[in-house]
Design a protein around this ligand. Sequence first.
Ligand code: PMP
Length: 365
Amino acid sequence: TAQRAYNFSAGPAVLPVPVLEEVRDELVCLPGARCSLLEMSHRDKTFVDILHDAENTLRSLMNISDDYAVLFLQGGAALQFSMIPANLLRDSGKSAAYIQTGTWGKKAIAEAKKEGSVDVVYDASASNFNHVPRAQDYSVADDAAYLYFCNNETIQGVQFPSEPECPADVPLICDASSDFMHRAIDINKYGLIYACAQKNAGPAGVTVVVIRRDLLERGSDSLPGYLNYKNHADADSEWNTPPTFSIWVLGKVAKWLQNDIGGLEAMEKINREKAAMLYNAIDQSGGFYTGHAKPDCRSLMNATFTLPNDDLQSAFLAEAAAQDLVSLKGHRSVGGIRASIYNAMPVQGVQTLANFMTDFATKNA
Ligand code: PMP
């Protein structure tokens, strides 16, 4: 078989090898089913059981109570930019509060403005999105429709170390697309948390939405059916054909987290170790590497940094690729290097990159 490189892609991104192997082994004929999952009705009991199993694994892994619905949707994270305000802002007579700490929050704001009144309560764009606000840096009206934030800005590599402050009666809404399940969180702090799968949770095609059930009642019957969360909750994510393959693999990734890794606290510990390797390489490079994010909000998932000039950056990418360290080019809007080190990136891969960074800096400083 071909040798796998260490793949630092921001998404779709690295998946756990045991999951890929299981998918390979079960793909042509699902055990007990006499056909592939790809060929099976979504109403078939075998698939319905797979869907419920994925949901139940997420519930136990993330400690999600029955007060919340877990939905498997399509349209990517981008559709949530619109679905959230369509259900929770449109016709509410209220304004929605948004914290803007990077590109994805900015896009969410642009979509929300099409649905109603938006109050950008904090905007980090003037400092090139290199930090998140402290509680004293912004305020949210007690009657806001909700407070929205993106926990981990994938492009900038800026992450909230903990949930932003939010008035008690205002639902807190989170885009967790690039750091879903990277640590244990208290779901009860959230009104809604969502993530596309293709970074930390599975293949492209499915978006998980965890929504407090009382919020399901806020969508109007006049919404297009697919856009109304309540339809999906009432139909157990089978309002229409769900992305069966992606749900199947996502369920396997969640099981891998639970059984092989040992849960989200264990995962967080590994993620902190991995991130520290890269940030230490940056901090100990004598200024050769410049981290983009302020140290107190550096992402555990996407480490972003620049080199002294473009020539060195091109050499870095070429030499890294020659050592099987691939997909390290930063997003075009930020430049530099971005190493995405999601849950499934092995410690060994990050260690190899950190060693490469230190060697490269020594040779080229
Ligand atoms: N939010 C975040 C934080 C992301 O990283 C991404 C994907 N790059 C998106 C939203 C958009 O996801 P999708 O392409 O699935 O719509």
